[in-house]
Design a protein around this ligand. Sequence first.
Ligand code: IPE
Ligand code: IPE
Ligand code: MG
Length: 257
Amino acid sequence: MNVDVPEKIATHRSGDIPLRHIAIIMDGNGRWAQKRLMPRTVGHRAGVKSVRRVIEACGQRGIEVLTLFAFSSENWRRPRKEVGTLMDLFFTALEDEARNLHESNVQLRVIGDRNAFGERLRNKIADVEALTANNSGLKLVIAANYGGRWDIACAARRLAERVRAGELDPEQIGVAEMGAEMCLADLPEPDLFIRTGGEQRISNFLLWQLTYTELYFTPVLWPDFNEQHLDEAIGAFTRRQRRFGHTGEQVEKLNNA
Ligand code: IPE
Ligand code: IPE
Ligand code: MG
């Protein structure tokens, strides 16, 4: 894997905004396997290969941040055996890829409530985060036991704690104060959201952070998702005009200024 392109800035732009952050809902593993008359878990294993491919491709394309939805706070509702396989796969992937990621200068971070994970997995996450903490290449965010509503609730709780401590007046709480407490507050917000697998919904992914993200849905199942599909999504992004509430004419004027 070669993902070491820290100084390269993404040249893909939309409305003159560079593509810095891609967030992906990796969906369709189960159906990919079922189509082949195989158990869903085979699809999850195949999905890990796509993860590797997309991390490398994003690095090569100068993307700064890649956020991948690996396990939602609602995925615990799945059959116990499937949940177990997903946890095992997460552990194994971290173990197998840690060195590779580090050598590729990738900085890994995991968002989500990790208290629900076993100790072995929690320790592995902490180890890989520590190993790669000072890397300056692609920032890879894995959302695991993550929920957008959980994220918002955590931010609200932290603000409430600051109010209780007398550090903050409730009247001072606005969008900026909330935003500063959310996961990924230190990173650029996602520019492009991709969901594979054909469903057109957010499924409790980054609710706050996706406010002005360009949404892209593809029927391609996650284990089949490759560099060409990524480039198609990036191509679609470059053809969008991001207006952030302005009129199209205003945006054109701003871009030509
Ligand atoms: C995404 O694939 C992986 C996880 C949610 C962990 P799915 O397992 O949801 O695959 P489908 O949607 O059932 O095909
Ligand atoms: C979203 O996919 C979560 C991940 C890909 C990790 P799901 O397959 O769980 O979403 P729903 O249940 O179809 O909305
Ligand atoms: Mg699914």
